[in-house]
Design a protein around this ligand. Structure first.
Ligand code: ADP
Ligand code: TRP
Length: 337
């Protein structure tokens, strides 16, 4: 078994990233042993949309600091930066040579990004191919992601099958995706929370910024006494993420009953701010420290990259052997870490 996932450094991380991805990654890191779990910062992927040097550096630091401050176990799991393992680019090419254009042309995420006005670069188009290489390079068996990344993991499954069929052997491992229990967190406008929709609540938002983000959650004019379907109350859908099962059923009953038991949106907003403060407050100082001293994270990322490269080089050597490039196998063995 090997669990692998990545997050793109293209801005500050939000509650959608936290509940859709990070919580699962951090939990998996705590129980991992013997290279069973790998998590990485997908900086090559970020280059498809971020063309500002300072922003990229800051976003990479922000992802690293978020994972570390929230308690990713970097001893048990391998934590690294994608670009520190350049072997992933070599596998991307090998995969591209036996993957049909049609497979990538069907990518929803590419189509959506172009519709939103992003330039249709070759990099943006081949995004799922690079992501497939990320997954296949480490013989990953389980890829925990949110709903929006499922199609990309399916593309990786197809790439593995095509490669193995083309070269007549089981060289690459077919991965499975694992959907988080909360795969689609809504944003403040009710659409999927995403940095590209400007509807996010940041993991490390605090004080006025946090209050403003929470105040912006869309509500309606129904009074507290009016009975409501809890699934139709956006604010409750977000608050619920922070509640225990007992608290959730209590709230649901009150919302449905209304009348004297009814809960006002103002009170729910206050409670949400409090829950966010309780959950992330204790690690805000650590996050802030890592953001001003990114050099503290460097040894962790370098050690992670060294471990990741070992696995990567072994897989890549198998692929080069299969396609008929023994020289590349030799080169990899000669330069092996
Ligand atoms: P964004 O949509 O803000 O650009 P990313 O695409 O970088 O977010 O997502 C990083 C990870 O977080 C992925 O695994 C993705 O599935 C998950 N994720 C992002 N937004 C949400 C959301 N609203 N609900 C659940 N998971 C999400
Ligand atoms: N595309 C993912 C995102 O937007 C990041 C990512 C890159 C990834 N490579 C991956 C996720 C491999 C899982 C596995 O967040």
């Amino acid at each position: 078994m090997r669990v692998l996932s990545g997050i793109q450094p293209s801005g500050d991380l939000h509650l959608g990233n936290y509940f859709g991805a990070l919580v699962q990654h951090i939990a998996a890191s705590k129980v991992a042993k013997d290279s069973e779990a790998l998590f990485f910062i997908a900086d090559y992927h970020a280059l498809t949309t971020v063309h500002d040097k300072d922003k990229l550096v800051k976003s990479v630091n922000a992802v690293a600091a978020t994972y570390i401050a929230l308690g990713l176990d970097t001893e048990k799991a391998i934590f690294f930066r994608q670009s520190d393992v350049p072997e992933v680019q070599e596998l991307t090419w090998l995969l591209g040579c036996c993957t049909g254009m049609g497979l990538l042309q069907r990518s929803h995420s590419y189509k959506e990004k172009v519709e939103k006005g992003l330039p249709a670069s070759v990099g943006l188009f081949s995004y799922p191919l690079l992501m497939s290489a990320d997954i296949l390079l480490y013989d990953s068996t389980i890829v925990p992601v949110g709903q929006d990344q499922v199609q990309h993991v399916e593309i990786a499954q197809n790439c593995a099958t095509h490669f193995n069929e083309t070269f007549g052997a089981k060289i690459l491992t077919r991965p499975e995706f694992q959907l988080s229990p909360t795969p689609k967190i809504p944003g403040t406008d009710g659409e999927k929370m995403s940095k590209s929709y400007g509807n996010t609540i940041g993991i490390f938002d605090e004080g006025k910024v946090l209050k403003k983000a929470i105040a912006g959650i869309k509500t309606d004019s129904r009074p507290p006494e009016e009975p409501k379907d809890p699934d139709g109350v956006l604010l409750f859908q977000i608050l619920k993420l922070f509640l225990s099962p007992d608290e959730i059923s209590g709230y649901e009953a009150d919302l449905k009953r209304g009348g004297l038991y009814g809960v006002g949106y103002g009170k729910m907003k206050e409670e949400l701010v409090q829950k966010i403060d309780d959950t992330f407050g204790p690690v805000r100082a650590r996050y802030a420290e890592l953001m001003v001293k990114p050099e503290l994270m460097e040894p962790i990322l370098e050690a992670g990259a060294a471990k990741a490269r070992k696995i990567a080089q072994a897989t890549l050597a198998r692929c080069y052997e299969a396609v008929g490039m023994p020289n590349a196998v030799k080169r990899l063995k000669k330069n092996a870490l």
